[in-house]
Write a new protein. Structure first.
Length: 366
Protein backbone atom coordinates (compact mmCIF):
# COMPACT_ATOMS: atom_id res chain seq x y z
CA UNK A 1 0.00 0.00 0.00
CA UNK A 2 1.44 3.42 -0.94
CA UNK A 3 1.95 6.40 1.35
CA UNK A 4 -1.22 8.17 0.17
CA UNK A 5 -3.40 5.16 0.95
CA UNK A 6 -1.87 4.53 4.37
CA UNK A 7 -2.27 8.17 5.43
CA UNK A 8 -5.88 8.15 4.20
CA UNK A 9 -6.48 5.07 6.37
CA UNK A 10 -4.84 6.88 9.31
CA UNK A 11 -7.16 9.84 8.75
CA UNK A 12 -10.29 7.69 8.83
CA UNK A 13 -9.07 5.80 11.87
CA UNK A 14 -8.71 9.13 13.68
CA UNK A 15 -12.26 10.05 12.63
CA UNK A 16 -13.66 7.61 15.20
CA UNK A 17 -10.71 7.74 17.62
CA UNK A 18 -9.79 11.43 17.86
CA UNK A 19 -6.92 10.72 20.24
CA UNK A 20 -5.03 9.54 17.15
CA UNK A 21 -5.09 12.99 15.51
CA UNK A 22 -1.67 14.13 16.82
CA UNK A 23 -0.01 11.21 15.03
CA UNK A 24 -1.99 11.87 11.85
CA UNK A 25 -1.05 15.54 12.04
CA UNK A 26 2.64 14.60 12.34
CA UNK A 27 2.34 12.68 9.06
CA UNK A 28 0.37 15.50 7.44
CA UNK A 29 3.03 17.99 8.50
CA UNK A 30 5.69 15.81 6.89
CA UNK A 31 3.79 15.99 3.58
CA UNK A 32 4.27 19.78 3.57
CA UNK A 33 7.66 19.81 5.32
CA UNK A 34 6.04 21.60 8.25
CA UNK A 35 7.29 21.54 11.83
CA UNK A 36 3.87 21.57 13.49
CA UNK A 37 0.19 21.04 12.74
CA UNK A 38 -3.18 21.21 14.43
CA UNK A 39 -6.87 20.57 13.84
CA UNK A 40 -9.22 23.15 15.34
CA UNK A 41 -13.01 22.76 15.39
CA UNK A 42 -15.20 25.75 16.20
CA UNK A 43 -18.96 25.64 16.67
CA UNK A 44 -21.37 28.43 15.78
CA UNK A 45 -21.08 29.86 19.29
CA UNK A 46 -17.33 30.30 18.84
CA UNK A 47 -16.37 27.48 21.21
CA UNK A 48 -13.31 25.65 19.94
CA UNK A 49 -11.50 22.37 20.54
CA UNK A 50 -8.20 21.31 19.07
CA UNK A 51 -5.68 18.53 18.74
CA UNK A 52 -2.07 19.29 17.85
CA UNK A 53 1.33 17.79 17.31
CA UNK A 54 3.50 18.01 20.45
CA UNK A 55 5.55 20.71 18.72
CA UNK A 56 2.47 22.92 18.40
CA UNK A 57 0.77 22.14 21.71
CA UNK A 58 2.25 25.01 23.72
CA UNK A 59 1.61 27.62 21.03
CA UNK A 60 -1.93 26.53 20.31
CA UNK A 61 -2.82 26.10 23.95
CA UNK A 62 -1.68 29.69 24.50
CA UNK A 63 -3.75 30.89 21.53
CA UNK A 64 -6.91 29.07 22.64
CA UNK A 65 -6.57 30.42 26.17
CA UNK A 66 -5.64 33.99 25.32
CA UNK A 67 -6.29 34.70 21.66
CA UNK A 68 -10.05 34.37 21.17
CA UNK A 69 -10.41 38.14 20.71
CA UNK A 70 -7.92 38.14 17.82
CA UNK A 71 -9.61 38.18 14.40
CA UNK A 72 -8.02 35.92 11.80
CA UNK A 73 -8.39 37.54 8.37
CA UNK A 74 -6.83 34.51 6.71
CA UNK A 75 -9.97 32.40 7.24
CA UNK A 76 -12.17 34.66 5.12
CA UNK A 77 -9.54 35.28 2.47
CA UNK A 78 -8.71 31.62 2.21
CA UNK A 79 -12.36 30.68 1.73
CA UNK A 80 -12.69 33.29 -1.01
CA UNK A 81 -9.40 32.83 -2.86
CA UNK A 82 -8.81 29.11 -2.22
CA UNK A 83 -12.32 27.80 -1.50
CA UNK A 84 -11.38 24.14 -1.87
CA UNK A 85 -7.70 24.08 -1.07
CA UNK A 86 -4.88 24.64 1.36
CA UNK A 87 -3.18 28.03 1.09
CA UNK A 88 -0.08 29.72 2.48
CA UNK A 89 0.00 32.83 4.64
CA UNK A 90 1.84 34.77 1.91
CA UNK A 91 -0.88 33.89 -0.60
CA UNK A 92 -3.43 35.52 1.68
CA UNK A 93 -1.49 38.40 3.26
CA UNK A 94 1.37 40.69 2.34
CA UNK A 95 4.62 40.50 4.36
CA UNK A 96 3.71 43.84 5.93
CA UNK A 97 0.30 42.53 6.99
CA UNK A 98 1.84 39.44 8.54
CA UNK A 99 4.42 41.53 10.40
CA UNK A 100 1.60 43.51 12.01
CA UNK A 101 -0.89 40.66 12.45
CA UNK A 102 -1.75 40.33 16.19
CA UNK A 103 -1.86 36.52 15.97
CA UNK A 104 1.67 36.43 14.53
CA UNK A 105 2.93 39.09 16.92
CA UNK A 106 1.39 37.59 20.08
CA UNK A 107 1.44 33.83 19.39
CA UNK A 108 3.16 32.61 16.22
CA UNK A 109 6.49 34.42 16.53
CA UNK A 110 6.86 34.23 20.33
CA UNK A 111 6.58 30.44 20.13
CA UNK A 112 9.32 30.22 17.52
CA UNK A 113 7.31 29.88 14.32
CA UNK A 114 7.68 32.04 11.23
CA UNK A 115 5.22 30.81 8.59
CA UNK A 116 1.80 29.19 8.55
CA UNK A 117 -0.46 27.46 6.04
CA UNK A 118 -3.83 25.78 6.27
CA UNK A 119 -7.40 25.42 5.18
CA UNK A 120 -10.78 26.24 6.68
CA UNK A 121 -13.66 23.83 6.06
CA UNK A 122 -17.14 25.17 6.85
CA UNK A 123 -19.66 22.41 7.47
CA UNK A 124 -23.28 22.47 6.30
CA UNK A 125 -24.33 22.89 9.94
CA UNK A 126 -22.48 26.19 10.31
CA UNK A 127 -19.45 24.96 12.24
CA UNK A 128 -15.87 25.55 11.09
CA UNK A 129 -13.00 23.06 10.96
CA UNK A 130 -9.47 24.39 10.48
CA UNK A 131 -6.23 22.59 9.67
CA UNK A 132 -3.22 24.76 10.48
CA UNK A 133 0.46 24.02 9.82
CA UNK A 134 3.57 26.00 10.77
CA UNK A 135 7.29 26.21 10.01
CA UNK A 136 9.83 27.37 12.53
CA UNK A 137 11.95 30.52 12.47
CA UNK A 138 14.76 30.21 9.96
CA UNK A 139 12.71 28.11 7.56
CA UNK A 140 11.58 29.12 4.08
CA UNK A 141 7.92 30.08 3.57
CA UNK A 142 5.48 27.38 2.46
CA UNK A 143 5.44 26.69 -1.29
CA UNK A 144 2.41 26.19 -3.54
CA UNK A 145 3.67 22.69 -4.37
CA UNK A 146 3.35 21.76 -0.69
CA UNK A 147 -0.25 22.98 -0.68
CA UNK A 148 -1.02 20.89 -3.76
CA UNK A 149 0.25 17.80 -1.94
CA UNK A 150 -1.99 18.56 1.03
CA UNK A 151 -4.99 19.10 -1.25
CA UNK A 152 -5.01 15.42 -2.21
CA UNK A 153 -5.98 14.63 1.40
CA UNK A 154 -8.45 17.47 1.95
CA UNK A 155 -11.75 15.66 1.15
CA UNK A 156 -10.77 12.83 3.51
CA UNK A 157 -9.74 15.32 6.18
CA UNK A 158 -13.08 17.11 5.81
CA UNK A 159 -15.18 13.97 6.34
CA UNK A 160 -13.02 12.57 9.14
CA UNK A 161 -12.81 15.91 10.92
CA UNK A 162 -16.59 16.36 10.73
CA UNK A 163 -17.09 13.14 12.67
CA UNK A 164 -14.34 13.98 15.17
CA UNK A 165 -15.78 17.45 15.63
CA UNK A 166 -19.20 15.99 16.42
CA UNK A 167 -17.55 13.64 18.90
CA UNK A 168 -15.97 16.66 20.56
CA UNK A 169 -12.48 15.43 19.64
CA UNK A 170 -12.90 12.72 22.26
CA UNK A 171 -13.23 9.01 21.63
CA UNK A 172 -16.45 7.24 22.57
CA UNK A 173 -16.12 4.05 24.58
CA UNK A 174 -18.61 2.05 22.53
CA UNK A 175 -20.89 2.10 19.53
CA UNK A 176 -23.99 3.30 21.36
CA UNK A 177 -22.13 6.18 22.99
CA UNK A 178 -20.60 7.21 19.67
CA UNK A 179 -23.95 7.29 17.88
CA UNK A 180 -25.35 9.48 20.64
CA UNK A 181 -22.35 11.83 20.72
CA UNK A 182 -22.31 12.42 16.96
CA UNK A 183 -25.51 14.42 17.32
CA UNK A 184 -26.38 13.92 13.64
CA UNK A 185 -28.35 11.21 11.85
CA UNK A 186 -25.90 8.31 11.81
CA UNK A 187 -25.97 4.61 10.92
CA UNK A 188 -23.34 1.88 11.18
CA UNK A 189 -22.96 -0.32 8.10
CA UNK A 190 -21.64 -3.85 7.88
CA UNK A 191 -20.87 -5.95 4.84
CA UNK A 192 -23.09 -5.50 1.78
CA UNK A 193 -24.46 -2.29 3.25
CA UNK A 194 -26.39 -3.94 6.05
CA UNK A 195 -27.40 -1.54 8.82
CA UNK A 196 -25.96 -2.79 12.11
CA UNK A 197 -27.04 0.13 14.30
CA UNK A 198 -28.54 3.61 13.96
CA UNK A 199 -29.65 6.47 16.12
CA UNK A 200 -33.14 7.91 16.38
CA UNK A 201 -32.24 10.96 14.27
CA UNK A 202 -31.40 8.67 11.35
CA UNK A 203 -34.62 6.74 11.77
CA UNK A 204 -36.55 10.02 11.77
CA UNK A 205 -35.38 10.75 8.20
CA UNK A 206 -38.06 8.36 6.88
CA UNK A 207 -39.52 8.38 4.26
CA UNK A 208 -36.57 10.13 2.58
CA UNK A 209 -34.47 7.17 3.73
CA UNK A 210 -36.15 3.79 4.07
CA UNK A 211 -35.03 0.27 4.92
CA UNK A 212 -35.05 -2.62 2.49
CA UNK A 213 -34.89 -6.38 2.95
CA UNK A 214 -31.82 -7.63 4.82
CA UNK A 215 -31.46 -4.26 6.63
CA UNK A 216 -30.32 -2.29 3.60
CA UNK A 217 -30.87 1.41 2.92
CA UNK A 218 -32.93 3.01 0.17
CA UNK A 219 -33.23 6.72 -0.64
CA UNK A 220 -36.44 8.02 -2.17
CA UNK A 221 -34.46 9.99 -4.79
CA UNK A 222 -33.36 7.35 -7.36
CA UNK A 223 -30.22 9.27 -8.39
CA UNK A 224 -29.13 9.69 -4.78
CA UNK A 225 -29.91 6.04 -4.09
CA UNK A 226 -27.68 4.98 -6.99
CA UNK A 227 -24.78 7.16 -5.83
CA UNK A 228 -25.07 6.01 -2.21
CA UNK A 229 -25.24 2.35 -3.25
CA UNK A 230 -22.04 2.74 -5.27
CA UNK A 231 -20.31 4.53 -2.39
CA UNK A 232 -21.37 1.82 0.08
CA UNK A 233 -19.99 -0.85 -2.25
CA UNK A 234 -16.67 1.02 -2.34
CA UNK A 235 -16.39 0.93 1.45
CA UNK A 236 -15.48 -2.76 1.25
CA UNK A 237 -12.33 -2.10 -0.75
CA UNK A 238 -9.06 -0.43 0.13
CA UNK A 239 -9.00 1.51 -3.14
CA UNK A 240 -10.22 5.09 -2.87
CA UNK A 241 -13.73 5.51 -4.25
CA UNK A 242 -14.81 8.27 -6.61
CA UNK A 243 -17.36 9.78 -4.26
CA UNK A 244 -18.09 9.60 -0.56
CA UNK A 245 -20.15 12.77 0.00
CA UNK A 246 -23.47 12.94 -1.80
CA UNK A 247 -25.96 15.84 -1.98
CA UNK A 248 -29.68 15.35 -1.41
CA UNK A 249 -31.98 18.05 -2.74
CA UNK A 250 -34.28 19.95 -0.42
CA UNK A 251 -38.00 19.16 -0.55
CA UNK A 252 -41.15 20.96 0.53
CA UNK A 253 -41.03 19.10 3.82
CA UNK A 254 -37.29 18.80 4.46
CA UNK A 255 -34.04 20.74 4.08
CA UNK A 256 -31.22 19.71 1.80
CA UNK A 257 -28.93 17.00 3.17
CA UNK A 258 -25.40 15.78 2.63
CA UNK A 259 -24.77 12.05 3.00
CA UNK A 260 -21.19 11.30 4.09
CA UNK A 261 -19.77 7.77 3.85
CA UNK A 262 -16.95 7.36 6.38
CA UNK A 263 -15.00 4.09 6.19
CA UNK A 264 -14.07 2.33 9.40
CA UNK A 265 -10.35 1.66 9.51
CA UNK A 266 -8.10 -0.34 11.86
CA UNK A 267 -8.73 0.13 15.57
CA UNK A 268 -11.87 2.18 14.92
CA UNK A 269 -13.42 -1.25 14.48
CA UNK A 270 -12.97 -1.80 18.21
CA UNK A 271 -15.76 0.74 18.74
CA UNK A 272 -17.87 -0.06 15.68
CA UNK A 273 -17.70 -3.85 15.80
CA UNK A 274 -18.06 -5.67 12.47
CA UNK A 275 -18.55 -2.30 10.76
CA UNK A 276 -17.38 -1.39 7.27
CA UNK A 277 -18.37 2.25 7.54
CA UNK A 278 -20.64 4.95 8.87
CA UNK A 279 -23.35 6.93 7.13
CA UNK A 280 -23.47 10.42 8.61
CA UNK A 281 -26.20 12.74 7.33
CA UNK A 282 -25.66 16.49 7.63
CA UNK A 283 -28.61 18.86 7.21
CA UNK A 284 -27.73 22.05 5.35
CA UNK A 285 -28.58 24.63 7.97
CA UNK A 286 -26.14 27.43 7.14
CA UNK A 287 -28.29 30.36 5.99
CA UNK A 288 -26.85 32.28 3.06
CA UNK A 289 -23.76 30.06 3.00
CA UNK A 290 -21.39 31.06 0.17
CA UNK A 291 -21.71 28.14 -2.20
CA UNK A 292 -18.06 27.42 -2.88
CA UNK A 293 -17.24 27.45 0.82
CA UNK A 294 -18.94 24.08 1.31
CA UNK A 295 -18.60 22.61 -2.19
CA UNK A 296 -15.59 20.44 -1.52
CA UNK A 297 -17.06 19.03 1.67
CA UNK A 298 -20.17 18.16 -0.28
CA UNK A 299 -18.79 16.86 -3.53
CA UNK A 300 -15.00 16.31 -3.30
CA UNK A 301 -14.35 18.97 -5.94
CA UNK A 302 -10.80 20.08 -6.65
CA UNK A 303 -10.04 23.81 -6.30
CA UNK A 304 -10.29 24.30 -10.07
CA UNK A 305 -13.56 22.35 -10.25
CA UNK A 306 -15.03 24.39 -7.39
CA UNK A 307 -14.36 27.62 -9.30
CA UNK A 308 -16.07 26.22 -12.39
CA UNK A 309 -19.06 25.10 -10.31
CA UNK A 310 -19.33 28.55 -8.76
CA UNK A 311 -19.30 30.15 -12.19
CA UNK A 312 -21.94 27.80 -13.57
CA UNK A 313 -24.13 28.36 -10.51
CA UNK A 314 -23.88 32.14 -11.03
CA UNK A 315 -25.12 31.81 -14.60
CA UNK A 316 -21.90 31.96 -16.64
CA UNK A 317 -21.45 29.77 -19.70
CA UNK A 318 -18.29 27.87 -20.63
CA UNK A 319 -16.92 30.63 -22.87
CA UNK A 320 -17.46 33.36 -20.27
CA UNK A 321 -15.92 31.18 -17.58
CA UNK A 322 -12.88 30.50 -19.73
CA UNK A 323 -12.28 34.23 -20.08
CA UNK A 324 -12.85 34.88 -16.38
CA UNK A 325 -10.53 32.08 -15.27
CA UNK A 326 -7.98 32.68 -18.05
CA UNK A 327 -8.37 29.11 -19.29
CA UNK A 328 -9.21 27.57 -22.63
CA UNK A 329 -12.84 26.58 -23.24
CA UNK A 330 -11.67 22.98 -23.64
CA UNK A 331 -10.10 23.01 -20.16
CA UNK A 332 -13.25 24.48 -18.63
CA UNK A 333 -15.38 21.83 -20.37
CA UNK A 334 -13.16 19.08 -18.98
CA UNK A 335 -13.46 20.51 -15.46
CA UNK A 336 -17.21 20.94 -15.89
CA UNK A 337 -17.53 17.30 -16.95
CA UNK A 338 -15.69 16.31 -13.77
CA UNK A 339 -18.08 18.44 -11.69
CA UNK A 340 -21.09 16.84 -13.37
CA UNK A 341 -19.70 13.38 -12.69
CA UNK A 342 -18.93 14.07 -9.04
CA UNK A 343 -22.31 15.65 -8.34
CA UNK A 344 -24.29 12.98 -10.17
CA UNK A 345 -25.75 15.48 -12.65
CA UNK A 346 -25.80 15.35 -16.45
CA UNK A 347 -26.39 18.90 -17.69
CA UNK A 348 -25.44 22.44 -16.68
CA UNK A 349 -29.05 23.33 -15.91
CA UNK A 350 -29.36 20.32 -13.64
CA UNK A 351 -26.12 21.25 -11.88
CA UNK A 352 -27.34 24.80 -11.31
CA UNK A 353 -30.61 23.48 -9.88
CA UNK A 354 -28.76 21.10 -7.58
CA UNK A 355 -26.36 23.73 -6.27
CA UNK A 356 -29.16 26.16 -5.54
CA UNK A 357 -31.15 23.33 -3.96
CA UNK A 358 -28.44 22.63 -1.42
CA UNK A 359 -29.26 25.90 0.27
CA UNK A 360 -31.72 25.68 3.17
CA UNK A 361 -35.40 26.01 2.28
CA UNK A 362 -36.69 29.45 3.36
CA UNK A 363 -38.99 29.33 6.34
CA UNK A 364 -42.62 30.05 5.59
CA UNK A 365 -44.01 33.20 7.10
CA UNK A 366 -46.57 33.05 9.68
Amino acid sequence: MNTLETLVDDIYEAAAIPELWPGVLERLAAVARADAATILSVDRDGYGRYAATPSYELAYGDFIANGRAHANVRFGRGLELFPAAFSTDLELCSPAELAADPIYVDFVHPHGFAWTAGTAIPTPTGDLIVFDLARRMGSDPFERAAMARLDSYRPHLARAALLSHRLGLKSASNQAAALQLVGLPCAVLGRSGRVLALNQMFEDLAPRIAFTAFDGLRFDDPEVDSLVSAAIADLRYEARPVLRSIPVRSTETGSALVVHLVPIRRSAGDIFTRAEGLVVVTPVTMPEAPLTHILTGLFDLTPAEAKVARGIASGLNVESLAGTLNLSPATVRNQLNAVLSKTGTRRQAELTLLLSATRPMPEKAG
